[in-house]
Write a protein that binds this ligand. Structure first.
Ligand SMILES: C[S@@+](CC[C@H](N)C(=O)[O-])C[C@H]1O[C@@H](n2cnc3c(N)ncnc32)[C@H](O)[C@@H]1O
Length: 322
């Protein structure tokens, strides 16, 4: 079978199975199997595909038709123009999370302008935390944008941290991101070991090492804390697409019965771990804003702002620690 007929066949099977974006999914799977670019695909419609490649492609098409996300079949997803390894242990990076990066960079730049300092475009001296790092996409994208900044990235899942660590290596920022297993920013007492001071040494932590800014890093304060916490309500589970509900880690999806439960602790810990003038940037669930914004209505916070995503949904909440 040639390229054109194979693709047509794959598209038809995915359409029949009601797969969203079926044409794109079939294209991505064929590109993955052939190890080719999209330009090649459309320039060589008559090229004959080998039996082994055909078999591999239709196996993947059948798995996609049965609900497995395309990214689990290709093992990758683009975010902020960078390529990330994706496994079933991590949330697949979403386009709306790129607003977290935009808001973080805007807020950091604004802070410099307001302080009358030249804009620190490379992030010299900045200490940044990413809480619930998953694939590492937020910390890694910010590390690429701020090549002189240092990062502290936590997750409750050791399996996710292992993927994040590999993604940091893949994107050549592993020497500036310290990955740590933690409940938000809190480490179980007795579990911490000697932690490298951020900004001093290469990252020597294995993903399973427990360290704590609240203990080993008693004096560790951050210029920016960013987080895309789990924010879907468990009661919303039945209405989620099967790709999400049946294939992405529930610890990455569900924040509690309502969804917004983790934000209160996240904001309290951020109050304790941000420098004066430090910035908090939080991704929000589609209905989280009314429950979360009032948590910032205390004398500890100023310049609270909300950014909508491209669908007009309030997606990012940011504030400055007084
Ligand atoms: C919505 S995912 C976000 C992943 C990634 N930052 C992104 O934006 O794609 C939430 C992440 O938080 C982690 N997580 C859940 N509860 C946590 C907790 N209490 N402390 C730290 N991380 C947590 C999950 O394992 C998951 O990797």
């Amino acid at each position: 079978m040639d390229v054109r007929a194979t693709l047509k066949n794959g598209i038809a099977k995915l359409r029949e199975a009601d797969v969203p974006s079926f044409t794109l999914a079939a294209e991505l799977l064929l590109l993955h199997v052939l190890g080719r670019s999209r330009t090649w695909l459309y320039a060589h419609p008559e090229e004959i595909i080998s039996d082994a490649e055909l078999q591999h492609f239709f196996e993947l098409i059948n798995r996609r038709a049965a609900g497995e996300p395309t990214q689990h079949l290709t093992g990758k997803q683009e975010f902020w123009g960078l390529e990330f390894e994706v496994t079933p242990e991590v949330l697949i990076p979403r386009p709306e999370t790129e607003h977290v990066i935009e808001v973080a960079l805007d807020r950091l730049a604004l802070r410099e302008i307001r302080a009358g300092r030249p804009q620190k475009s490379a992030g010299e001296g900045l200490q940044i935390a990413d809480i619930g790092t998953g694939s590492g996409c937020i910390a890694i994208a910010l590390a690429k944008e701020l090549p002189a900044a240092y990062f502290y990235a936590t997750d409750i899942s050791p399996a996710a941290l292992a993927v994040a660590q590999r993604n940091a290596q893949r994107n050549a920022v592993e020497d500036r991101i310290h990955f740590t297993e933690a409940n938000l920013l809190t480490i179980p007492v007795g579990a911490q070991q000697a932690a490298p001071q951020l900004g001093n040494t290469a990252n020597s932590a294995s993903p399973a090492v427990h360290q704590s800014p609240a203990t080993a890093h008693q004096s560790q304060l951050f210029d920016l804390i960013a987080s895309n916490p789990p924010y879907i309500g468990r009661r919303e589970a039945p209405s989620l697409p099967r790709e999400v509900r049946d294939h992405e880690p529930h610890s990455a999806l569900f924040g509690g019965e309502e969804g917004y439960e983790l934000y209160a602790d996240l904001i309290i810990q951020s109050t304790q771990h941000l420098k004066p003038g430090g910035i908090l940037v939080l991704e929000l669930g589609h209905n989280s804003l009314p429950a979360v914004q009032p948590l910032l209505d205390t004398p500890a916070w100023a310049n609270v702002g909300v950014t909508n995503d491209l669908a007009g949904i309030p997606r990012v909440l940011a504030a400055e620690r007084l």
